[in-house]
Design a binder for this molecule. Sequence first.
Ligand SMILES: Nc1ncnc2c1ncn2[C@@H]1O[C@H](COP(=O)(O)OP(=O)(O)OP(=O)(O)O)[C@@H](O)[C@H]1O
Length: 323
Amino acid sequence: MTTSETTAVTLAELEQRAASHRDRPAYGHDALISCDRLVRIFTADGVEVQALQGLDLLVTKGELMALVGASGSGKSTLMNILAGLDEPTAGQAKVADCDLLSMGAKERLRYRREIVGFVWQQTARNLLPYLTAAQNVALPMQLRGGRNLRSRAKKAARAEELLELLGVGELRDRRPAQLSGGQQQRVAIAVALANDPEVLLADEPTGELDSATGRMIFESFRAANEELGTTIVIVTHDQTVATEVRRTVAIRDGRTSTEVLRRTRVDETTGEEHLIAREYAMLDRAGRLQLPAEYTQTLGMRDRVALELEPDHIGVWPDDSAT
Ligand SMILES: Nc1ncnc2c1ncn2[C@@H]1O[C@H](COP(=O)(O)OP(=O)(O)OP(=O)(O)O)[C@@H](O)[C@H]1O
């Protein structure tokens, strides 16, 4: 083979590689929520804090998932960005085809009213104290205005429907002060669902509640997810919530670090259902993988590891170059 032939083959290969790269679907093209290398830097008293350090996250339409992580890991920062309340410093974030970095003020307002619903930890922050439960739920529909205007009667009927779905229909005429914390949170979920949002975001929604009430709140989220098909992302410290969803994503130092996926398997002989949970590490688009610290420490791995490609897995060994 001559040099020019070699070059020709290489060029053809390169072209083919470029074409296959070009034709590959874009990152997160079929996800409802897509965060791509999100960065958020805060500057306080001249000191920079990198709350998000290139965070990647994809959430599919219809998912009910939890975000967990130590205090200060960046969960609330991410939720505020997804809620349209804060803007990232760099990276990309899209929710239901809305680009969270390039939205103008008007679009942002529409996004917050129609595309996302939000439930905060502080029960008092979710509801207006001088309105009844039903009036609180009807309010976002009134504020929405524009297209899809429901008649007054239809808004009232929808408010009632949502309160029923969340198991607080009989409390429709009570004001927040006449409701328990758990009841307030269920009304708050109804408020957040009033305008049929694509995504419901909840930041520690059970944080101020005892565990039995927390479980009931979680059941309300599940009802909203199953009955209305709403995609739900819950930030939580609550183990019950974290282990009852199919997918739990852990955030560490402003990045998604590991993920636990759960599925039910039916035993063919006994017919019994078993929940299987498996932890996964995140592989970013550059092929970077963060190994869990407890694994690397156990095997004394640092600086450099040896890799070997096997037919169905990749082996990772401690550096043995010195021996
Ligand atoms: N407005 C701000 N100004 C300066 N620093 C901020 C601001 N908001 C958040 N931070 C910093 O960014 C980092 C991430 O904070 P964030 O509130 O997102 O964490 P978190 O995981 O939600 O924590 P927690 O579970 O305690 O609520 C922290 O170091 C925090 O101090």
